[in-house]
Design a protein around this ligand. Structure first.
Ligand SMILES: Cc1cc2nc3c(=O)[nH]c(=O)nc-3n(C[C@H](O)[C@H](O)[C@H](O)COP(=O)(O)OP(=O)(O)OC[C@H]3O[C@@H](n4cnc5c(N)ncnc54)[C@H](O)[C@@H]3O)c2cc1C
Length: 485
């Protein structure tokens, strides 16, 4: 049997769930296919969120769900150097320590409220695309027909491979075993620096479990790691395996760094780990995936609804590919400064000294937190291509935070000049007398009006009479304001 949807999503990890929610908010019928029978994740995986991802959730009105479950702290860093963002102009000048299994549970709850269908217990086996859509084959013998298919199916993406999209990059130079287990004896908590790298043991939430991360002696193992492998390696490093037992998760990760050559092949797109993989140092992967989804969601919705041409989807690649490419390079550098040989230690000390210079700290804190991201949307006001700050503006109905106008993932034309702007888009007349300040670059001139895309990035800012406003509305939403005062 074949069922029909506007968009099929392979994978309901963080990226797939975020994309499904974005499409649903935009009124598009999306379905996700996920092999896991429920939203539970076997291990804890990613350790939390960076500031921009918290803002992105705030734009949809769900940040508190995450903040209430985790611990806010300064999480941005490079190598062993913490990068404090507490002086950045944002409501969230911090990161959030919260394990990925909790993040996914919270996202699953939201997606459930939005009534997004998730076909669980089955996987995408393949697909064929033609001029009218994509036919997706599932492991249960059923198939889906959709206008577009998005592969959010992780680093080993079947969608990427079936589409024949190249995945160039760098092979692994280091390999880690990771395990979540209980121990019979109290383990040595904390980091242990050894000639071949850094090993670590830490608690997982409250309870008896610990998370063990060990640098392997060799790269290139292909068999799934076992409790015995972890025990043997622990014994070689610590002289004991602390009596490990009751594993809930044993896995391996490396610093292989690869990125899809293109994020779009006709009616097939890639997002999240399906589009880019790298070492977890710096904690960027999940954050990148969520932000890929938020960049793609509204564009795909407009194309599916026929209000924008399919070429709008090419801006997803042109905007997001360079962001992940930069993360890959920074992560490779992060691996280099974590090596424990004398030359790498000397490099790490040099980098630490440089990051002590306030301007350098700010710049890299801006990158690692995601707050300094700028899409190349052309010239204009310094806000263009950057995130809209969550200002508190005064409307006829009282004070409102700008992010509240983005909860439904709609574009926003914010008129702060007092004149008339006629626009078919969501338009808000408001006053704002406070400062305009952006992370890293500082104060910027106050614009009279701002056009904000549903992903929270500024498409245009300036005087309402500026003809470029009409151009920007046409470019992004294919509809111009009827007249500009
Ligand atoms: C040890 C470790 C620590 C990390 N720490 C951090 C961190 O601190 N911060 C951070 O941002 N990131 C971190 N990451 C990276 C982060 O876990 C990933 O980047 C993130 O999970 C990517 O999300 P995703 O949804 O794109 O892919 P995934 O989480 O891999 O989800 C893909 C989904 O697709 C499903 N799937 C697979 N095949 C198919 C198929 N054929 N059909 C349909 N569905 C399929 C899978 O079941 C899965 O649910 C860490 C990773 C590791 C391993």
């Amino acid at each position: 049997m074949t069922t029909q949807h506007s968009v099929a999503i392979a994978g309901a990890g963080p990226t797939g769930m975020m994309l499904a929610a974005e499409l649903t908010l935009a009124g598009v019928d999306a379905v996700a296919v996920e092999p896991r029978s429920g939203p539970e994740l076997a291990g804890s995986r990613a350790g939390g969120l960076h500031a921009r991802t918290i803002e992105v959730f705030d734009q949809r009105g769900i940040a508190d769900r995450f903040l209430s479950q985790g611990k806010t702290m300064q999480v941005a860093g490079f190598g062993a150097v913490p990068l404090d963002i507490s002086d950045f102009p944002t409501r969230h000048p911090y990161g959030l320590a919260l394990w990925q299994n909790h993040i996914e549970r919270i996202l699953a709850g939201w997606v459930d409220e939005l009534k997004v269908p998730i076909l669980r217990g089955r996987e995408v086996k393949g697909f064929a695309q033609d001029d009218g859509g994509v036919t997706v084959t599932l492991s249960d013998g059923q198939s889906l027909r959709a206008q577009y298919l998005v592969g959010c199916d992780g680093g080993r993406s079947v969608v990427r491979k079936t589409a024949g999209i190249d995945f160039p990059g760098w092979d692994a130079s280091v390999s880690n075993l990771i395990a979540e287990v209980e121990t019979a004896q109290p383990p040595e908590l904390g980091f242990r620096v050894a000639p071949n790298g850094i090993h670590g043991i830490g608690k997982v939430d409250e309870g008896p479990r610990v998370r063990i991360v060990l640098m392997e002696e060799q790269v290139g193992a292909t068999a799934e790691p076992t409790l015995r492998d972890v025990s043997e390696l622990l014994t070689r490093i610590y002289g004991t395996d602390f009596g490990i037992h009751s594993p809930v998760w044993i896995s391996r990760f490396t610093d292989m760094a690869r990125q899809a050559a293109t994020y779009r092949a006709g009616r097939v797109l890639l997002a999240g780990d399906a589009a880019h993989v790298h070492y977890p140092a710096g904690g960027q992967g999940l954050n990148l995936g969520v932000q890929d989804a938020v960049n793609l969601g509204w564009k795909l919705a407009q194309v599916v609804k026929g209000t924008s041409p399919a070429s709008l989807l090419d801006t997803y690649h042109s905007e997001r590919h360079p962001i992940a490419a930069r993360v890959l390079r920074l992560t490779m550098a992060n691996v280099a400064v974590r090596r424990t040989d004398e030359r790498s230690k000397a490099l790490a000390e040099t980098v630490a000294e440089l990051l002590g210079v306030p301007e350098a700290r700010k710049r890299y804190a801006g990158v690692m937190s995601g707050l300094d991201l700028r899409y190349d949307l052309g010239d204009g006001h310094p806000l263009v291509g950057r995130r809209m700050p969550d200002l508190e503006v005064v409307t006829a109905g009282g004070p409102r935070r700008v992010f509240t106008f983005l909860h439904r993932a709609q574009p926003l034309l914010l008129n702060l000049g007092g004149g008339e702007i006629d626009s078919p888009l969501q338009k808000v007349d408001a006053r704002y007398d406070g400062p305009w300040e952006l992370p890293v670059i500082g104060a910027v001139p106050a614009p009279k009006a701002v056009l904000v895309r549903p992903d929270g990035y500024v498409a245009w800012a300036g005087e309402p009479a500026d003809p470029k406003l009409r151009d920007a509305v046409n470019r992004w939403f294919s509809q111009g304001p009827r007249q500009a005062a």
